[in-house]
Every structure is written in C-alpha cells, then in structure tokens.
Design a protein around this ligand. Structure first.
Ligand SMILES: [Fe+2]
Length: 521
C-alpha cells in the first residue's frame, strides 16, 4: 500500500465515517430481513441471515475500535503499524459491501415492504443512538484537544440525550383522528373502528330512544388506552339510521395507580345508513397491498354504493399496528366516511407478522368467519381461507396452525342451515381451504345453503370463473402492474351484477349472474 492510500484509509474522517456506516449496516439489514427475504435463509441454511447480521455487528465494533485507536494516536496515519492500515482497508471494504447489500435489499423490497423496513429500523434507532453516543464519549471525545470543540460536542450530546428522553416521555405527535371511522359488521353487531395518531382510548357517543350512550373500547370494564386503533361495539339497532360521534383521550402512560393523559378529541357527527332492501350496490375491494391511492382512483369511477366488502390483503403483513391503522382502518374509514357498513374477509397477508394475533381484537371481531344478514335482504357467509401454504412452510417460522383453524371453520359452516334467503359467500381465497377434503366439504355446504357465487380476491386479476372451482367464483381484482381494479356488486331480484373498472375508469368486466348461478350476460 502506498503512503497516499495508507493516509486515506487511516485518515481520521475516513475512519469515523466508516465506523458510523458500519454501525448503520446491521440495523438496516435486520429491518430488511424481518420484512422479507426468507429466500436467503432458504438458499443456504436457516439462520444464514443471523450470521450476516452478527458479521455486520462485529464489523461495526471493529471499525469503532480502529477509529478510536486512530483518533487517540495522532501519528498513526504516518507510522501506522501495518496491521492497522490493513485492518482499516478490510473494514472499509466490508462496510462498503454491507452498504451495497443493504441498498440492494431495500430496492428489492419494493415500495410496500421498504416502508415497513423503515418502521423496523426506526424501532432500533434508540439502540443505535445509544451505541454511537457511548462510542463518541468513550473513544473520540477524549481525543479532541480543542476546548471549544469539546464544549460543542458535549452540548450536542447532552441536547440529544435530553431531547431523546423528552420525546420518549412526550412523543411530539399532534393528536388527531387518522380518518373517519369504519363501521364493521362483525356478525353480531357493529364494531365502530377508528385510528388515532398516537395511543389513547376510544369511545362512541349517540342517543337512542331518548337515552344518551357513551360506549368505550374496553375489556371487562377496563378502558383500553395503549392502542392507536379503537373499536367500540354497538348493537345494530342503536346505530341504524342514527347519528353518532367518536372521541378519544390521548393516553401517554397507564400506571398501576393513576395515569398520564393528554387532550381529548371528538369527531364531527356521522349519519349512519344501514344496507336495506333488495336493491343494493356494494363496493368490493381486494388485494390493495398498501396501494390505497390507486385503489381510491378506481373506486371513484364506480358511482354510488351503500356498503363495502373488504376482501383482504391490505398490506404484505401485519407486523406493526401502523400497518393495520393506515392500510385497513384508515382506508376503510376514507372510503365509507363512517356512514355505511363494511364487511371484512381476512386475507392471507393479514395472518403474517407479530400484530396479526391482535388484529381481531383491535377490530372488535370475535371471529374472522361469521355470517351477517344485515346487508339488505341477503345472507352473507364470510369465510377465512387464512394462509395459502402448508403450516410448516418456512415463511411462517413455526407460527401457523391453520389446518386446525380451517377444520373448525368447516365444522362451523356445516352447522349452518339453509334459510331461504338469497345467500352469497365471501372469502379472500377462492380455494376456501388448501386441504382438499375441507374445501370439498365447504363447497358441498355452499350448495346446500343455496349460494350461487363466491366473491373472492387473492389472485390480483379480475374474472368470473365458471370451471376452476365447484361454485361460480368472482375474482375481484386488486392491484397489479401499477393499475388497480375495483368492483361494484349490484344485488337485486334479477341477480348479481358484477362491474369492474380500473384506475383510469375503463370497464374491465360487466356481467350479470342469476340467483341460480347461471351467467345471464
Ligand atoms: Fe392473498
């Protein structure tokens, strides 16, 4: 190595920057891996990503030690021991390679998962900051001889520590509603669901038969205060053709004795109109995978609707509460204005991630498979196909027990009896159950119940399928190739109208299906 190169790699600034970027590497790698890239582990061996992660951590520590040595010994660059210069080059090269790996992973994640990776990275930010401050104080600070610079660095570190603690205790977030509420029909009543910009409690206020009600999002009398998603259970008859408002008090901390609360916000008044009668238009949306803006463009071309069927796959996973808040609750509120009911069928991507187990509770749903007769004169049976791969698939990391779940769902379905009402099946995946015997039992039961059609999504295209499954199946659309297809399902005595259009307003499909399951046009 010539003197110029040695001087560059052992320069104070170079080594400081290398140690900084080396510390960033494991944070971003972990954030990317936790949101995707299971295939890296699958190609080589399970846990390969753990090895890369720890290599990055080791490189970060190594870079910090080298940089500290350099900062403490000012003559090091010119008289560096050979191992010092070689180590600096190795460290710099590894850091550059790790940075390229991270940039490639971030690009490979795509827009949807990259957003989530940044949330993961933000969660690790306090640890990174603590590491950098500790390294700065222990290694670099004592080597600064300029008194003024020492004061500036000390003030900066104190300011970061003070503001960090202050923001942790008082998060600098303006407390507000994220959208209008989403009124979910959960099969036994309405669950009024809404999201706030920070944690707090939630309530719904209305008058019914001369009495004023203030109903909280609570569990056994204890009001929930540690969530940004709030769901309040209201009987059908209390909300139908009535007005209501939602409210929320910000909760900073819940103590065993007392608590620290913020301000209370209240919404405008909403007029809720239930779905009634035989003529009904329902908006159907599936597989929006965070593309709420393009979905709204497609929706804007479909005209009026009295209710909404959300067919699942709001995001690639439910790893964080933020995903459920933004892509499910806020989106549902935006497209309904809190004034019409919503039916929700869980998609396979809503079963993934840590928050997935909390989703039903957050939405105020006892079960993701249920029936409702509160959408006009019709009976809807909402099913949950859950995951689309075997329970032991590596993607689920040992967290799936869906065969048993779908067995319970099939048994529940078999307990239903035909009522003579016009019946429709709603399910994210048209295969209903990936187990052939369970799917067969489900389709037999659907025919017994007199259902002519399954409304489904999952495949990201729009088509009416007559032969693929035992029952006529409408695949709703969703996002694909930068476009989005949304559907309007029009129910009447004549049959089931299926109309779909894309974000430019072009008609993708227009069919009419009779109640006996024949395609009329
Ligand atoms: Fe799906």
């Amino acid at each position: 190595m010539n003197a110029k190169a040695q001087n560059f790699f052992t320069h104070k600034a170079t080594m400081f920057l290398v140690s900084f970027f080396a510390a960033l590497a494991p944070v971003f790698f972990w954030a990317c891996r936790s949101n995707s890239f299971i295939f890296i582990d699958k190609i080589l061996f399970i846990g390969f990503c753990q090895v890369i992660f720890w290599l990055m951590v080791a490189n970060a520590i190594f870079a910090t030690v080298l940089a500290a040595l350099r900062w403490r010994h000012s003559a090091w660059s010119m008289q560096a021991p050979k191992w010092g210069a070689v180590s600096s080059v190795v460290c710099t090269c590894l850091t550059v390679v790790f940075a390229i790996v991270n940039i490639a992973l971030l690009i490979g994640l795509g827009e949807e998962a990259a957003d989530m990776a940044f949330i993961s990275a933000a969660d690790m930010l306090p640890f990174l900051l603590a590491y950098l401050i500790a390294a700065l104080l222990a290694f670099f600070f004592p080597a600064v001889s300029d008194k003024k610079l020492r004061v500036v660095i000390a003030v900066l570190i104190i300011a970061i520590a003070v503001f960090g603690a202050l923001f942790a205790i008082y998060p600098p977030v303006h407390y507000k509603f994220m959208s209008d509420p989403m009124v979910l029909d959960n099969g036994s009543g309405y669950s009024v669901v809404f999201a706030t910009s920070a944690e707090g409690n939630g309530y719904v206020e209305y008058e019914y038969e001369g009495k004023t009600y203030k109903v909280y999002d609570e569990q056994d009398g204890r009001i929930k205060g540690s969530s940004t998603i709030h769901s309040v259970q209201i009987p059908y008859e209390h909300l139908d053709n009535n007005t209501y408002r939602v409210g929320s008090m910000r909760v900073f901390e819940e103590y065993a004795y007392g608590g620290r609360n913020g301000r209370t916000i209240e919404s405008e008044e909403y007029e809720f109109a239930p779905c009634t009668g035989e003529d009904l238009s329902l908006l159907c949306i599936s597989d929006w995978h965070t593309r709420t803006k393009t979905a709204k463009k497609a929706i804007s071309h479909l005209g009026e609707y009295q209710g909404v069927i959300l067919l699942g796959d709001a995001a690639s996973c439910m790893q964080f509460e933020e995903q459920a808040s933004e892509f499910l609750v806020t989106f549902g509120g935006d497209i309904t204005g809190g004034e019409i009911p919503v039916m929700f069928a869980r998609g396979n991507h809503e079963t993934r991630g840590e928050y997935a187990t909390e989703l039903s509770d957050a939405l105020g749903m006892d079960s993701f498979y249920y029936e409702t007769t509160h959408f006009g004169d019709y009976r809807f049976i909402v099913l949950d196909s859950a995951e689309d791969k075997a329970d032991d698939h590596v993607e689920y990391g040992g967290s799936a027990d869906y065969t048993a779940y779908r067995t319970r769902m099939t048994e529940w379905m078999e307990s239903l009896e035909a009522s003579g009402e016009k019946t429709l099946i709603v399910c994210h995946s048209p295969e209903i159950s990936r187990e052939k015997d369970l799917a067969e039992r489900a389709f037999v039961k659907m025919e017994e119940l007199g259902a002519p059609l399954v409304l489904a999504g999952h495949y990201h295209y729009c088509a009416l399928k007559e032969k693929e499954w035992p029952l006529l199946t409408y695949i709703d659309g969703g996002h694909g190739g930068g476009d989005f297809t949304a559907s309007l399902v029009t129910l009447s005595g004549d049959g089931i109208g299926l109309k779909a259009c894309n974000k430019s307003g072009e008609e993708v499909l227009n069919k009419l299906v009779g109640w006996d399951g024949t395609v009329l046009k």
